[in-house]
Ligand binder design. Structure first.
Ligand code: PFF
Ligand code: NA
Length: 447
């Protein structure tokens, strides 16, 4: 009896841990603004299709590698490669993943810092009675103040690295998952409020009625990148979670549960945010500030708004915290694998991420016109290239490894599902996910 309870506990723990990594800024901040810049419904349609066709099978592939290897990402890759008679050079996939999360965490931490600032502002009641224009102008002034951005970035990164160094992320995950339903409830409440605004119908049409000519190669690339980003797939960050997955747990079921939760959080946030956008006559393509301007406007019109806005930013912060820990972990594990102590590894990684993050923080003021590549400044680079290119590329290699390199029986065991499910996974991964990711990546490089 007690054994069953324990197993049930760890099955659930697995889903909760992966959900903690998946739900974060990607859903509430990144989805609305990237969708806003990429045609709304056209983006949503392609993104959901990619979650199903690429995100899910590759997520399973990634976790399967960890589950079959029962070690950290790089060790699992090397062990399984040797076992299959393949080259140990597959370890480079793990290193590439570490580099990807390094870039991502640098801007993730800066933007999570914005949530800290907004949490403090809403506790102080700063948005009470402020007009939409004033809230928008306040946000621009905040971005133009690198000292504030750096302070909050440092604070957030410190919070993250402390948890990583102390190895207490399990405890935080539990707290996260205790409070996640509350975040969900708040988003439901917001979506309910959105129904009462004059922008609601327009928001629904913008999100759910695609015009097919809006599906351009750029939209397709961004949608693919976001599908990987939002599920936390493609950087070997989820691989480690497979290592402590119970033997009998079905991976497809768990992965589908996470994806459904992740998409629904994004949809609720999207409905709330775009209703405000249209009610206020704002531009959906307003960029990274979209959520930070619209939600204070929405809450300031609700009874007890500042209280709920504070709770919202607190919960958002918790959600991004667990995602950031998941981003940091593979880098720390990699350095530990090279023989460094955990504390030292965490400090080194934290410092490097902090430094790169500074460039992102200054990208809204003095470095706004410093455009080293593709005419984009550092924030624009690290918030687009790693999610749009690196994650799909890493995901592609992960899928190739699990579906072509790993011995079939090993892969089947690691999926933890019946024959039909395995054949379906193998077929989708080999003949849809791998070629599709390859084609989208290639076209975007050629265009
Ligand atoms: N999935 C996270 C989000 O949606 O906010 C971001 C993320 C976490 C991306 C971990 C990649 C990763 F490895
Ligand atoms: Na997400």
């Amino acid at each position: 009896m007690s054994e069953t309870l324990e197993r049930w506990g760890s099955k659930r723990a697995f889903i909760l841990a992966v959900t903690g990594a998946a739900v974060g800024l990607g859903n509430i901040w990144r989805f609305p603004y990237v969708a806003g810049e990429n045609g709304g419904a056209a983006f949503l349609l392609v993104y959901v299709a990619f979650v199903v066709l690429l995100g899910l099978p590759v997520m399973m592939a990634e976790i399967m590698i960890g589950r079959a290897g029962r070690r950290g990402p790089i060790q699992s890759l090397v062990t399984l490669a040797m076992e299959a008679g393949a080259s140990p050079r597959w370890r480079w996939l793990g290193l590439f993943g570490a580099f990807t999360v390094f870039c991502i965490l640098s801007f993730y931490s800066v933007v999570s810092g914005w949530s800290i600032e907004f949490l403090v502002a809403s506790v102080n009641g700063s948005f009470v009675g402020a007009s939409a224009e004033a809230i928008g102008a306040g946000f621009d002034a905040f971005l133009a103040n690198p000292k504030l951005l750096i302070f909050n970035h440092s604070l957030f990164l410190f919070m993250t690295m402390t948890v990583v160094a102390a190895g207490i992320s399990k405890g935080l995950e539990r707290l996260n998952n205790l409070l996640m339903p509350l975040l969900y409830l708040l988003l439901l409440l917001l979506a309910g409020y959105a129904m009462t605004t004059s922008g609601f119908r327009e928001a629904l049409a913008w999100l759910f009625v695609p015009s097919f000519e809006a599906i351009t190669p750029t939209v397709v690339l961004h949608a693919m990148g976001h599908a990987f980003f939002t599920l936390a797939v493609g950087a070997c960050a989820l691989m480690a979670y497979g290592a402590y997955m119970p033997d009998e747990q079905s991976l497809p079921k768990a992965a589908v549960a996470v994806a459904v939760l992740d998409i629904s959080v994004a949809l609720l946030a999207g409905i709330a945010i775009f209703s405000v956008v249209f009610a206020q006559g704002m531009d959906p393509a307003d960029g990274p500030g979209l959520m930070f301007v619209t939600l204070p406007i929405a809450f300031s019109e609700l009874p007890g708004g500042m209280f709920w806005l504070s709770i919202f930013f607190l919960l958002l912060l918790l959600a991004t915290w667990t995602s950031a820990i998941n981003l940091a972990e593979p880098m720390v594990a990699t350095l530990q694998g090279l023989g460094l102590r955990r504390g030292l590894a965490t400090t080194i990684i934290g410092l490097c991420v902090w430094l790169l993050g500074l460039l992102s923080a200054f990208s809204f003021s003095s470095l706004a016109e410093f455009r080293p590549l593709f005419g984009r400044n550092v924030f624009e680079l690290v918030s687009t290239i790693p999610p749009d290119i690196f994650l799909p590329f890493g995901g592609l290699l992960i899928a190739v490894f699990a579906a072509w390199v790993m011995p079939r029986a090993r892969a089947h065991g690691a999926l933890g599902a019946g024959d039909a499910a395995f054949v379906l996974w193998l077929g989708v991964t080999r003949w849809i996910a791998i070629p599709l990711t390859f084609i989208v990546l290639l076209t975007s490089l050629l265009l």
